[in-house]
Design a protein around this ligand. Structure first.
Ligand SMILES: Nc1ncnc2c1ncn2[C@@H]1O[C@H](COP(=O)(O)OP(=O)(O)OP(=O)(O)O)[C@@H](O)[C@H]1O
Length: 265
């Protein structure tokens, strides 16, 4: 069994009287693609937010890469290698694609715009160049070279989602959290995105934790799937095991077996 890069232990989170998560535990093996599925309001985004540090759980612990990160702020978790994208696009629409991606990069840079005049000194320039080279690699990998100088806000939805992924990758994460990376995409865009996720996992060795509603994609690219329902974990397992589970069929999918296999096919 591969060592887990992420260990989530007995996480509970409430907003006033609403229990978003109740006693949820799971482990994500290093190098895997791990999907979280469940109906609307099941607690999926809340769980990603607990992992990224945006939400502080009322109970439980989170270990990342052998370290207890439960009390760390989002930026500190990003420094340790937790990257993320959001359910709704969060790009700077007026900035170029390249600049948007460099934003993801800046926390890795010793010399940044905050250092002011130092920027023009030679070490800072060299550092900027080295970063640019790595960012160009990511741009190349995600096939967005042709739009690298375009203003982000002018791009198609599918391309903007790809730029967002590039920005998250620019942080050099060990773990990347993707909140519905295929939402709002057409079939072709979905296929592209699925391929990029597989490739970033295999070629860059980045572990992926992903929320996704498209069952076909989930079945195709996940190593493991966890199902949440009303803030509780129903099951974690291989995609085919999860889809066969009676509770999952009833509670989440609400479909007959034939429908499920059709969706997955
Ligand atoms: N910031 C918040 N303030 C108050 N309630 C919240 C907040 N975030 C989430 N919730 C509530 O917590 C519960 C879980 O929401 P969450 O967004 O995590 O579910 P989800 O599974 O991601 O849903 P969806 O698939 O619709 O995105 C819901 O009842 C939601 O209304």
């Amino acid at each position: 069994m591969t060592k887990p890069i992420l260990q989530v232990e007995q996480i509970s989170l409430a907003f006033g009287g609403v229990k978003a998560l109740t006693d949820v535990s799971f482990e994500v093996p290093t190098g895997s693609v791990f999907s979280i599925i469940g109906p609307n309001g099941a607690g999926k985004t809340s769980m990603l937010n607990c992992i990224s540090g945006r939400y502080r759980p009322n109970q439980g612990r989170i270990h990342f890469d052998g370290r207890d990160v439960t009390k760390l702020k989002p930026n500190d978790r990003a420094d340790l290698g937790i990257g993320r994208t959001f359910q709704n696009l969060a790009l700077f629409g007026h900035m170029s694609v390249l600049d948007n991606i460099m934003v993801g990069r800046h926390h890795l840079m010793k010399n940044n715009w905050l250092t002011g005049p130092l920027y023009w000194a030679s070490p800072a320039q060299k550092e900027e160049l080295a970063h640019r080279r790595e960012v160009e690699e990511i741009i190349d990998f995600l096939d967005i070279t042709h739009v690298r100088k375009s203003v982000a806000g002018t791009l198609s939805y599918g391309l903007r989602k790809r730029v967002e992924l590039a920005r998250a990758m620019a942080l050099k994460p060990k773990l990347i959290l993707l909140d519905e990376p295929m939402a709002g995409m057409n079939l072709e865009e979905k296929e592209d995105m699925a391929r990029y996720i597989c490739d970033l996992n295999e070629e860059f060795g980045i572990t992926v934790v992903m929320i996704e509603h498209d069952m076909g994609v989930v079945m195709d690219i996940s190593h493991q799937v966890m199902v949440l329902d009303f803030g509780k974990k129903l099951i974690t397992g291989l995609p085919e095991q999860v889809m066969q589970d009676e509770h999952v069929k009833r509670a989440y999918l609400g479909l007959e077996e034939d429908d499920i296999m059709q969706e997955a096919g």
